[in-house]
Design a binder for this molecule. Sequence first.
Ligand SMILES: [Zn+2]
Ligand SMILES: [Zn+2]
Length: 273
Amino acid sequence: MQVVILGSGSPLPDPERAGPSTLVRTSAGDVLIDCGRGVLMRAAATGSGAGSLRALLLTHLHSDHITDLNDVITTRWVLSFSPSPLHVFGPPGTAAVVHGVESMLDLDVGYRLAHHDELTWRPSTSVTEIDSGHVLDEGAVRITSARTDHTPVHHSLAFRIDDGDASVVVAGDTVPCAGLDLLCKDVDLLVHTVVRRDLIEAFDLPRLTDVLDYHSSVSDAAATAARGGVRTLLMTHLVPAPTPGTENAWLDQAAASFSGGVLLGSDLLCVDV
Ligand SMILES: [Zn+2]
Ligand SMILES: [Zn+2]
């Protein structure tokens, strides 16, 4: 199994970091987790793309995690040669969001159907709203989810993908919580969103300091990894984005609470699991 950080950024536009999105390449196909800004540009660099997705998993419905959902739906459709529904799994509210995007695309769909004679089907999705538990089984791949705590976002999810003996958890945005602890027990790789509490507190700007109460700090994520007996922690969705030369400070903060491997996410960072 291979895990690729497609976007290591946050809601703040950054020329070096696309919005939050992680690609997990499994023996049952490519699974995309969240679809932030620029996701398909980054996916193109991996040889993957909207057309080859076995499933799209949404951790929650904050805009930065679903910015490019319309691009995924449209690109999958216009590059297909037969109807190919996009399978979307996410928390309650996912169906309303997906159908809202589809209705936003209605005019465009009409233009393209009118223009291409051999394109006779509309884009399609199949949406499954989920809670903690089983998500999908296919071959050696098993996907499970757990509720996380990103209050007031109700609810938010983390996903675990097991492919044979290899395992990865993608935590999404959350503070430390029991659901996540259970999900990442003995996992090979934990992909966790993080914020730097020390840097954000220094801003003294409520719009920014507000993010602290519903995200994990670097130390929080490291402590979660330690409790789970995780082999490697991969930090992503980095807020604020690390300035060049400060990467070690992020790694050192994590290493203070976790003795396993620690990686700092960047776009297109690829980890074999
Ligand atoms: Zn969020
Ligand atoms: Zn976020």
